[in-house]
Design a protein around this ligand. Structure first.
Ligand SMILES: [Zn+2]
Length: 321
């Protein structure tokens, strides 16, 4: 490993997005997938970025770690740029990467969909990635958020996911949720979503899409994750306070509110993690229907300021003590 500390302390201004062309051929026969094995046995850890092509912090973080020659001390470490086509798309006058080309790539991860007749760009890419996902013991899936500043770990609904997310200690906010009615997330796919199997996954929402801080969160979370699961030795301590955050807090999502009308509107400007004291407080209107909080001290998780019918508008959760 070269001097990782130099790379980690880089504080460049938000500039050009990294080109993914050096990674196009990959090194295991799958484009934009790079995998490295240590001589000592250990887990296969998969780092996934740009499952949503516009969530650039993961691409910047993985590019930085690859250029720093980060390698596993044990087992295998795989870097996957999940949807490079969406990331690289600049047509239609778009100045920024696209979230996806045909459909949300984080809703296609069920065996039935992957084996089905769908021919979207995202399904084709998911099928390419599937062997590497199937062979991973651990997955960190790196995302960013439409709104809200506080980074969060999404642990999934199972105890094993919660335990791993809480053990990371950064970001300190852990949200346990079951995903979306519109399709299965990568973090819930296959063995990751099976309580009887040891494979485990965490999704990190690093902060706003276009904030440089989100990249720092992505790098720090990645290193903590690799350390936690035994892939790398502990990196040098940092001086910027990242390592002293905590303690972790857990919010358990009890329900997701799925928009059923094109006229879904919140009653106020919510950016996420607001705690609504009283049950029955109306937080949104879905067409004619009022959406009210079901219990006291209800926490709003990741409200979407624009959502289509069938999409998750907000999740509702309780603080777990
Ligand atoms: Zn995302």
């Amino acid at each position: 490993m070269s001097d990782l500390t130099d790379v980690l302390s880089t504080s460049a201004a938000m500039g050009e997005l990294p080109s993914l062309s050096p990674y196009r051929d990959g090194n295991v026969g799958i484009p934009y997938v790079l995998s490295y094995a240590a001589s000592d046995p250990g887990p296969h850890v998969l780092l996934a970025a740009i499952v949503h092509g516009n969530e650039i912090c993961g691409a910047i973080a993985l590019d930085r770690l690859l250029r720093s020659q980060l390698r596993p001390a044990r087992g295998r470490l795989t870097f996957a740029f999940a949807n490079p086509e969406a990331y690289q798309r600049r047509d239609g006058g778009a100045a920024a990467p696209s979230r996806y080309l045909d459909e949300d790539m984080n809703r296609v991860w069920s065996p039935a969909q992957l084996a089905g007749k769908g021919r979207s760009a995202e399904l084709r890419r998911a099928r390419q990635l599937r062997p590497v996902v199937d062979s991973a013991d651990y997955l960190l899936d790196i995302h960013s958020m439409q709104q809200g500043d506080e980074p969060i770990l999404l642990s999934g609904p199972l105890d094993k996911g919660r335990r791993l997310a809480l053990a990371l200690g950064f970001p300190s906010m852990v949200v346990s949720d079951a995903g979306h009615v519109s399709g299965t997330r990568l973090r819930d796919y296959g063995a990751f979503g099976d309580p009887a199997r040891p494979q485990n996954a965490v999704l990190v929402e690093c902060g706003p899409h276009d904030s440089w801080a989100s990249t720092e969160v992505a790098v720090e979370t990645t290193l903590r994750f690799l350390e936690q699961v035994g892939s790398i030795r502990p990196p040098a301590p940092r001086s910027d306070g990242f390592r002293s955050r905590g303690p972790s807090r857990l919010i358990v999502v009890t329900q997701a509110v799925t928009a059923s009308s094109p006229r879904f509107r919140f009653t106020g400007r919510f950016s996420g993690l607001e705690r609504i004291p009283k049950a029955g407080t109306v937080i949104a209107h879905d067409g004619e229907k009022a959406i009210a909080t079901p219990y006291d001290d209800c926490v709003l998780v990741m409200p979407a300021d624009r959502c289509q019918p069938g999409q998750t508008a907000v999740r509702l959760g309780r603080v777990h003590s």
